[in-house]
Design a binder for this molecule. Structure first.
Ligand SMILES: C[S@@+](CC[C@H](N)C(=O)[O-])C[C@H]1O[C@@H](n2cnc3c(N)ncnc32)[C@H](O)[C@@H]1O
Length: 325
């Protein structure tokens, strides 16, 4: 997945003139903090240098994960056309770009962010595109009230892991109250990220939410550690991205876990492909999470006709309409 051209251009403009060695050093420090999930009382991005490193090496990946999650919601709920959005822990505004790309009717977004540096950086990006009307608010969402009328689309992307564990449940309760229609939570696709998504999923189901994606059911997750539910999105690396990471390969795979819940159920819940499809001539094996709450491998061959064709076209993360699983 590529960044939308206008975002790509705005990011390139923000990064132009930055000394590459400094960007690479800042990117390495930032990646280290994220990998360790360090919570030492300071925001990971508190300086211009860190914000630029984020734009170079993290924004393309978080954008891809958020956009892929939105695509799954749009597939499950083709009639969903949010006009208002609330993004918590907005960073440089990643989710509003992805939402505008997915849902052209989006008209107004409120972005809540703790870091003034990130806000300043995001404001510059947003000013360079005909995005929905955007309002930024500086707040600490662990303690501050979310003071707004419920919004159609509420997002919390790559934020739960930065909050103290005791702050997560109350925040999710406030976010659900602020959700008029759909709430999406995205986390890194690690076992720890999946556990946070599982806890959020349980809490929201208990609050009356309907699961829209990726799970085709609201029963307990059938996966057990060391397995975990996650997906991957291939991300194109720009030249500066490669240089900042000291990487040769022009792409990377961003692993992510997510859950989308809504006030109304999705019309049809299809089985979800939860691992890379294994395809050989005339046969495809899919690991599926199914509407009856089970998960397992399913082998299809040419003899399965239309089902086989659909299975062949699918891959990790796809939803297959009933008939499979
Ligand atoms: C990894 S970034 C994700 C940014 C963006 N959502 C994305 O997907 O690219 C996490 C964001 O959460 C923000 N954040 C962390 N703790 C916060 C808090 N207590 N209140 C508000 N924002 C917070 C950080 O400043 C940062 O912008």
């Amino acid at each position: 997945m590529e960044l939308p051209p206008l975002l790509r251009r705005a990011v390139d403009r923000a990064l132009s003139g930055t000394a590459l060695a400094d960007l690479a050093a800042a990117a390495a420090e930032l990646s280290g903090r994220y990998r360790e999930e360090r919570r030492d009382g300071r925001l990971h991005v508190g300086s211009d240098r860190e914000a630029l490193a984020y734009l170079a090496v993290r924004l393309p990946a978080t954008y891809a994960a958020v956009r892929a999650s939105f695509a799954a919601i749009a597939q499950a709920r083709p009639d969903f056309a949010p006009r208002t959005a609330l993004d918590i822990g907005a960073g440089p505004g990643t989710a509003v770009w992805a939402a505008a790309d997915c849902w052209p009717d989006l008209a107004d977004a409120l972005l809540v962010e703790a870091s003034p540096v990130f806000r300043a950086c995001g404001e510059k990006l947003v000013a360079q595109a005909p995005l929905p009307h955007v309002t930024w608010r500086i707040a600490d969402v662990a303690v501050d009230a979310i003071d707004c009328a419920p919004r159609d689309l509420v997002t919390l992307a790559y934020v739960l892991n930065e909050l103290a564990p005791q702050a997560r449940q109350p925040l999710l309760a406030r976010l659900w109250q602020a959700t008029a229609d759909t709430l999406v939570i995205v986390e890194p696709g690690t076992p720890a990220g999946w556990q946070r998504i599982l806890a959020a999923r349980r809490q929201l189901i208990e609050s009356g939410a309907h699961v829209i994606a990726p799970c085709p059911h609201a029963q307990a997750c059938p996966l057990l550690p060391p397995d975990w539910c996650h997906f991957a999105q291939r991300v194109a690396r720009s030249r500066v991205h490669r240089q900042a990471k000291g990487a040769e390969v022009p792409w990377e795979d961003e692993k992510f876990s997510y859950v989308a819940v809504a006030r109304r159920p999705a019309p049809v819940a299809g089985a979800r492909v939860i691992a890379p499809a294994r395809k050989a001539s005339g046969r495809v094996t899919l690991k599926l999470c199914c509407a009856d709450g089970s998960a397992g491998n399913q082998l299809l061959s040419r003899r399965d006709g239309e089902l086989f064709k659909r299975a062949w076209r699918s891959d990790w993360g796809s939803s297959l309409l009933p008939g499979l699983g």
